[in-house]
Design a protein around this ligand. Structure first.
Ligand SMILES: Nc1ncnc2c1ncn2[C@@H]1O[C@H](COP(=O)(O)OP(=O)(O)O)[C@@H](O)[C@H]1O
Ligand SMILES: [Mg+2]
Length: 373
């Protein structure tokens, strides 16, 4: 968010998270929250400033779609934190578009080290894993532990390429558990847990597991206040709450709806919501994603979006049958369709049931005509 008055501070949660990180029993915590529910904003705008103001160093690394270069991203961020300091600098210099080759400062001794992304495909070279350890050594501080914020950490669990890095990271962090504390966020509960829960998991017993608390109506009130500040006009609070509640309490959706109301005052509540849904669908490419799917995959996605349970049982089959105008699909066909949705990153397991991974995509699918299969 550009303008700070739109940011709703999660101060209490930031304080308790910080306390657990600095004084808690384990070297880290995991934070699960569905996509676009405020994880990044919490890390960079609530937790990081709190820690920095208390004199702690903070490193922020985002692994979203970083399949080929997570180690490079991490080294870049560790270097950035040592050289420049604050998270504000960091957010203004996104690491997402790393050059194919870049240089970081040698954490021990003189000079610079060149990172060549092409060389990082496949197994991470041992010298770079050593470098990772040296950065951790430089950053560790027993008096004021450094915070490492790993955003969308579950992405590292896709495929085997990141395995050596994960093992090295665990060792490096374990060695400095008094000097470094970590937050691992994830938008896939299942994949995040797979890295922390099973006894053979790479970060077994390394982090306390938390969920990012969802926003409540105080968030809506705060956003209405921001709206008044920006647009010098006011919005009916019940209308805003309805948009928020019907949109699964998604902060982004409410914020976009308020922007649409402010910028297009002739639109009523419903028309503004239609506009926002259409805009978001374009921005996130929902139509293209939908077109990739076969009829049965769409029907499965629709049933998931409607939260039909059990999805693999009679209820799921009956719903898909009515959407497809054909006899109820066999359980194996439903399973295959959902597996495909999972592989595409569109569906995920969540509190022991299957869901669509992106709440905004979910709402878009629910709003499609029933003839779309
Ligand atoms: N604390 C907050 N105050 C105001 N808006 C927020 C807040 N957290 C999230 N948002 C809104 O929701 C959007 C998505 O948040 P983000 O942190 O990117 O989600 P995530 O990292 O979980 O995918 C933000 O761009 C912003 O518009
Ligand atoms: Mg994020």
């Amino acid at each position: 968010m550009a303008k700070t008055h739109w940011h709703y501070p999660r101060s209490e949660f930031a304080k308790s998270t910080f306390a657990v990180l600095v004084d808690g029993p384990l070297p880290g915590i995991t934070l699960f929250g569905p996509r676009r529910t405020g994880k990044t904003e919490f890390l960079t705008q609530d937790l990081a400033p709190l820690a920095e103001n208390a004199g702690h160093r903070v490193v922020y690394a985002n692994f979203w779609q970083a399949l080929e270069s997570p180690l490079a991203i991490l080294l870049y961020e560790l270097d950035f934190a040592l050289r420049h300091g604050t998270i504000l600098d960091r957010v203004q210099n996104a690491a997402a578009d790393l050059a194919p080759k870049f240089k970081i400062k040698n954490p021990v001794g003189e000079g610079e080290v060149e990172i060549d992304l092409a060389r990082l495909k496949g197994r991470a070279p041992d010298n770079l894993l050593l470098l990772l350890d040296q950065y951790c050594e430089r950053l560790a501080d027993d008096q004021k532990p450094t915070l490492l914020l790993f955003d969308e950490f579950q992405e590292l669990a896709r495929g085997d390429a990141a395995k050596p890095m994960i093992a090295a990271l665990r060792t490096s962090l374990e060695k400095r558990k008094n000097g470094i504390a970590s937050v691992f966020t994830g938008s896939s509960q299942e994949r995040l847990r797979s890295m922390f829960s099973p006894t053979q998991a790479p970060f077994f017993r390394f982090a306390l597991q938390h969920d990012l608390p969802p926003f409540d109506h105080a968030f809506v009130d705060h956003q209405l206040k921001a709206f008044r500040t920006t647009f010098k006009a006011s919005i009916d609070a019940d209308e805003a709450r309805a948009v928020f509640d019907n949109g699964d309490r998604n902060p982004l959706l409410l914020q976009r709806w308020l922007m649409a109301r402010g910028m297009h005052p002739h639109l009523n509540a419903e028309a503004a919501l239609d506009k926002v849904n259409a805009d978001l669908a374009g921005e996130f490419g929902f139509a293209e994603k939908w077109l990739q799917l076969t009829a049965i995959q769409r029907a499965a996605a629709r049933a998931l979006a409607e939260r039909v349970t059990p999805i693999f049982g009679a209820a799921g089959a009956t719903r898909m049958s009515s959407l497809l105008h054909e006899p109820p699909p066999a359980p194996q066909r439903i399973q295959a369709a959902i597996r495909k949705l999972v592989r595409l990153g569109l569906a995920d397991k969540w509190d022991e049931s299957w869901r669509l991974a992106d709440p905004i995509f979910e709402a878009w699918i629910r709003n499609r005509p029933e003839t779309d299969f």
